[in-house]
Structure formats: C-alpha cells, structure tokens
Design a protein around this ligand. Structure first.
Ligand code: GAP
Length: 513
C-alpha cells in the first residue's frame, strides 16, 4: 500500500517535472482541483482524444462527431434533472472541519472489509501453496465468512439508502459502522446534506435582466438537443451515434487525487440512438467494445475490470463502469449507461418540440433509446501515466525511469541525437530531423552525454531514439534504439520514415481494438 502511495506521489511529481501537468495559477498558489497541461501533457492529451475520436468516427460507420457550446439554455438542465438531482450527499466532521462525501466514506469502509478478506486469502494461499482452492476457502473459512456477511449486509443497506435518497440513513450507517474522520479520528459528524455540483454564471447585462446559465456538467446534453439536427442533415438511420469531446465543469467538494477528480475537466462522450427494446443488446455491444479500446493500449488486462452499478442514475436502466487499477485502487475511468428515452422525452416535455424519429423499416415514429459511453480525458491521462511509469534497475547498479506509453500516444515519437556536436554530425542530425518532422513528432537533442539523453527520452516515453555517429557519414545508417528493450540496431536513414511511421501510427493502434 505504502509502495503504491509512493508510486502515486512519484507520478504526480514526474508529471510536473517533465512538463506534463502543472497546478493551475501556480504563482498564485494554485486553484483547487484545476490543472494545466504543459508542453508534453497537451501532446499526450491530444493523442488520447484522437485515439478516441478516430475509434468512434472512423471505425464506426454510423457514428459522427459534433462540437456543441458549453453554454446552453438553462432549461436544458432542468429537463435533464441536473438542477434538482445532480447532488452529492455531504457530511462534515465537526472537529477537523473537513467535508466529505457520505457515500465515499461508506465505500472506503467497504473497501477496507474487502482488503481484510483479500489478506486472509493471500495468507492461506501462501500456507497451502499449490493445493490452495480459493473458492472452497471462501465458502468455509469462518473469518472470511464473517467478513463477507458483514460486507453484504452493509452493502445492501447502503444501496437501499442511496436508491431512496435517504440522507438520515446514510448518516446512521456511518455512525453504526464507527467510521471516523481520517484527519481528526473522531466520529463527531454533522447531518448529511445535499449539495448541487453545477457552476452557474450570468449571461447578458443585469440591466436587461441577466439569465442564469450553467457551465455544462456533462457534454451529453449538447448531443441530445442536436440529435434531430444531425439525424436530418446527415440522413442518419437508427442505430446511429453522435460523438463529442469537450470541457465539463463540476463543483466537486471532495476534489482530490490530482487530475482524477477535477472541477474543470474534459469528457469524450458518445450517445448511440437505438430502437426501444434493443437498448440492452447495444449496451452489451458497447460494453465489450469500449473495454477492447482500453486493452489495445497494452497496459495489461489485469489492470481493468467492470463494475456494475448498484445505484442507477435517475436516467439509466443499466450501467457499468470500466475501472482501472490506479495506485489508490481500482477506479472508474469510463461509464457506460443505458439511458433509455429519459433525456429525449424530458426535452420534448420542456421544449414543447417533437423529438421523434420516423423509422422507415418499421413505418412508425418513436423517441429513440440511448446507450451512452462517457470517458474522462484527464482520468484516461492519469491511468496511462500510472500504468506506464516504471523504475527499472539496470546492469551495473544503474537505474532508469521509463514511461512505457503506447507509441501512438507518446508525445514525441523520435529523438534525433548527434553523438557529438562537431564533425558534421550535428548538421546531419538536423537534416534527418527536418525531413522526419513532417511524418511524426520529433525532437532533436544535442546536449549532455548520449546516456543522459537516452534517460531524458525514456522519462517522457519517447519510443525511439536515433544516434547519428561517424559511421552515418560513411554509410548513411544510424543507430535506432528501442525505448522498452533498450536494444539497438543499425538502420538506413532512408528506411527511418517508413519503419517508425508504421510503429507509431494511430492506424497501428486502431487495428488492435
Ligand atoms: N454523461 C454521463 C456522465 O457524465 P459521469 O459518470 O458523471 O457520467 C463520466 O462522468 C466520466 O467523466 C467519468 O467516468 C470520469 O472519467 C469523468 N469525470 C467525471 N467527473 C470528473 C471529475 N470531476 N474530474 C475528472 N473526470 C471526471
């Protein structure tokens, strides 16, 4: 655990040290849960977005993209339920004066019980070795059974309280389970209160009567209110999807864990419009496909899992998360929701406009059902950084920090390194750099020893380095070094563009999905 916390701290400082992520407004001591992406971070972020966008709009015949405004008519948020129901249940500890989400405190407590069970199993597995039968152990070991029963009871009580929106019961669960404030260590809790997460501002001058508008808390509503525009102008036939990438804003109270929970963040959302009654089949389709998109990145299958929702959001009839194993546990990176016809029906009601689709095959009109996939760009970024970060011991007692980023997402694909800055090697290197920069993102680095330069590129995840040496001038070849294996091979300058392009291209990554 301590090791994992340590890893997280290292990833956070690595992000800052190498220009991936900076705290916002840092010279003014920062702004809570708001971050800026630096020179390498913005490249990585753009590549993540491109990977998603192309997987949706290029690989799916019936998905198109839009870019809707952040400001929208305020009634949209009334219709979507966000004005009334986009709340977090908050509780304060009177001693530490710290504010928590009541549901998160209980979830953390559940996770502690899970840890206890996992420890018992790990101990037994060690004791029994090869002959260990986990299923049998879980079914018979008294201590595990006791923990499991406790967990199940707490879990169903918690799920019921959430579903009923019963705030008193949430507080009672915290008291009954003797959950303490992590800062003060006391159980001196206030009541649980609901807190709306939307930011608002005013549009227009006050003299004219300004209108209260919200900064969108999700991009999805911009798709819903444009669905007929896109369907009609694009002559789309159901089933079809609309994809969008854009900023979203939430006044998160318990903002923590770096870019995991931010107040300004970016979402990549797809709304997929289907015939009523076919939504659960499509839900399953997208659930599988989205996991394949993650797995294609090669960070390891064991790092991902599904988490089916206990409490369904007010609009959903099925929901699951794709979780990634962050250093602080498995956490949601993407949500897949079967949103029924809730949103479109509500927009019909609140706008007074018909939002029906005429299905030529069925010869009837209906309000489509919607399956949504929604992933946070920043969380995806964090999962990549955590999954890719590695400290490797090398021969001779040396070590290196390396980011094993998927090549297609790496900010820089190739570093061109002249062995020395003389004898024409630097000019030759610049010539290669000038030629290849049209194909992919290149860097040229002439300072320090070659070893130091390799380390610098490893630390930012550059998949390839080439070294221009004296032999280059004689036979037109360079040394190509591979980041992950550190192996080197001799390659003709003429072959560089095609060899590296193939390895770092988005196409290669997209084909793995
Ligand atoms: N339209 C559905 C929707 O917004 P959500 O589960 O609230 O669903 C979807 O959010 C995704 O957006 C999450 O899986 C997460 O990756 C990202 N996300 C949500 N809140 C976030 C925050 N405060 N900071 C960073 N990412 C966030």
């Amino acid at each position: 655990m301590a090791q994992q916390e340590d890893l997280f701290k290292k990833v956070v400082s690595h992000c800052k040290e190498y220009g991936f992520v900076f705290p916002s407004s840092e010279i003014y001591d920062g702004l809570g849960a708001v971050y800026d992406y630096g020179q390498l971070g913005s490249e990585l972020k753009n590549n993540i977005k491109r990977y998603w966008w192309e997987a949706m709009t290029l690989l799916q015949e019936n998905v198109v993209g839009i870019d809707s405004a952040i400001f929208m008519h305020p009634t949209i948020w009334k219709a979507s339920g966000h004005v009334d129901a986009f709340n977090d249940p908050l509780i304060d500890n009177k001693d530490s004066k710290k504010r928590y989400r009541a549901d998160v405190l209980i979830e953390d407590h559940l996770a502690k019980i899970d840890d206890k069970i996992a420890k018992e199993i790990a101990k037994a597995a060690k004791r029994f070795g090869e002959s260990f039968d986990e299923a049998q152990f879980r079914a018979t070991n008294a201590r595990v059974l006791e923990y499991q029963a406790k967990r199940d009871a707490l879990h169903s009580r918690f799920a019921q309280a959430l579903n009923e929106g019963n705030l008193d019961e949430l507080r009672q669960i915290i008291l009954d389970n003797e959950i303490v404030c992590p800062i003060s260590g006391t159980r001196n809790w206030t009541e649980v209160r609901q807190f709306n997460l939307m930011f608002s501002t005013e549009m227009g001058s006050t003299a004219d009567g300004a209108m209260k508008v919200y900064l969108r808390p999700e991009t999805a509503q911009g798709i819903f209110v444009n669905y007929l525009n896109v369907q009609k102008t694009g002559r789309m036939k159901i089933p079809f999807g609309i994809a969008q990438i854009g900023k979203a804003f939430r006044n998160e109270i318990v903002a923590r864990q770096f870019i995991f929970r931010m107040r300004e963040f970016e979402q990549m959302e797809l709304q997929f419009f289907v015939r009523p009654g076919e939504e659960l089949r499509w839900f399953d389709y997208w659930k599988q496909l989205r996991l394949r998109w993650h797995l294609a990145l090669g960070l390891g299958k064991q790092k991902y899992r599904y988490h089916d929702h206990e409490k369904l959001a007010h609009y959903a009839n099925a929901a699951t998360d794709i979780e990634f194993e962050m250093p602080f546990g498995f956490k949601e990176v993407e949500g897949i929701h079967s949103r029924t016809d809730f949103d479109l029906k509500r927009h019909e009601e609140f706008s007074g406009k018909k939002l029906q689709y005429f299905d030529p095959e069925l010869g009837e009109s209906y309000v489509p059902y919607v399956v949504e996939t929604s992933i946070g760009v920043d969380r995806m970024f964090l999962s990549l950084m955590c999954g890719a970060y590695d400290e490797e011991a090398l021969e001779g007692g040396d070590s290196r920090v390396v980011l094993h980023l998927p090549a297609a997402l790496a900010p820089i694909k190739l570093a061109v390194l002249p062995l020395v800055r003389k004898d024409g090697l630097d000019e030759q290197a610049r010539q290669i750099y000038n030629d290849l920069r049209f194909d992919f993102n290149c860097a040229i680095d002439e300072k320090d020893s070659i070893g130091k330069r390799y380390r610098r590129q490893d630390a930012i995840g550059t998949p390839y380095c080439i070294t221009v040496d004296h032999q280059t001038l004689e036979d037109g070849t360079v040394t190509l070094r591979h980041r992950d294996t550190m192996q080197q091979e001799r390659i003709a300058i003429d072959a560089l563009s095609s060899t590296i392009s193939a390895a770092v291209s988005m196409k290669t990554l997209l084909k793995k999905i």
